[in-house]
Design a binder for this molecule. Structure first.
Ligand code: 5RP
Length: 225
């Protein structure tokens, strides 16, 4: 795919930021994939790290790359987390969850001293909101939550798998993809969504990423807050 070299460049650059002995949050998705592969190569070359995966998919990849894994219970403080994003705003607020792992991704990011977001250049936006905002909900509450989110101004779509089944997250929940259009006040929307009973988490990541590495035209652009 056209953006793969940009994703790989960003993922590899982020893997270089990890230091021997670090506890590392391992993101989910096609960009995080490249970071995990590059970390696996560094582990094979002798670097000692422990990874905390944000999804079963990433756990499997990390194991296959020989990266030793740990848990948040054993290591509640993470040195560095590397993860992708669906949109990145200039202040490094993000939309995440296109890969369905937003809940664990947010827990891991919030337990991290540093979060590095990696992406191809198509993910950089001036204002968040073109990408439908993923919201993880408990299945029991679906219709009630749909109505409340509609009242906040979004159309909602229940996420399904390629074979048409309702997607079930690693946490046994469902995802509503919510089209708000331009999100001019992300922090306000984040608070509104968090206050809806039945919403487990939403994909607005505000104040979590400190560094963005974006692949563009054979280079990696860095933004650091
Ligand atoms: C998964 C995510 C991903 O990081 C996001 O969807 C970006 O994925 P990709 O790197 O495949 O474009 O938030 O929940």
């Amino acid at each position: 795919m056209a953006n793969e070299p940009e994703k790989e460049a960003a993922g590899r650059a982020a893997a270089q930021l990890v230091r021997d002995g670090d506890i590392v949050g391992l993101g989910t998705g096609s960009t995080a994939y490249f970071a995990v592969v590059a970390l696996g190569e560094r582990v094979k070359a002798g670097m000692k790290i422990l990874g905390i995966p944000t999804s079963s998919q990433t756990a499997e990849l990390a194991r296959s790359m020989g990266i030793p894994l740990t848990t948040l219970d054993e290591h509640p403080e993470i040195d560095i987390t590397i993860d992708g994003a669906d949109e990145i705003a200039p202040d490094l607020s993000l939309i995440k969850g296109g890969g369905g792992a937003l809940l664990r991704e947010k827990v891991v990011a919030s337990a991290s001293k540093k979060m590095v977001v990696i992406a191809d250049s198509s993910k950089v936006v001036a204002v968040l909101g073109k990408f439908p905002l993923p919201v993880e909900i408990i299945p029991f509450a679906r219709t009630v939550v749909e109505k409340k989110i509609a009242a906040l101004g979004a159309s909602t779509k229940l996420r399904t798998t390629e074979d048409g089944k309702v997607l079930v997250t690693d946490n046994g929940n469902h995802i509503l993809d919510c089209s708000f259009g331009k999100i001019d006040a992300p922090a306000t929307l984040a608070a509104q969504l968090s206050s809806v009973a039945g919403v487990v988490e939403h994909g607005l990541f505000i104040g979590l990423a400190q560094v963005a590495l974006v692949g563009r035209n054979g280079k990696v652009e860095e933004t650091a807050l």
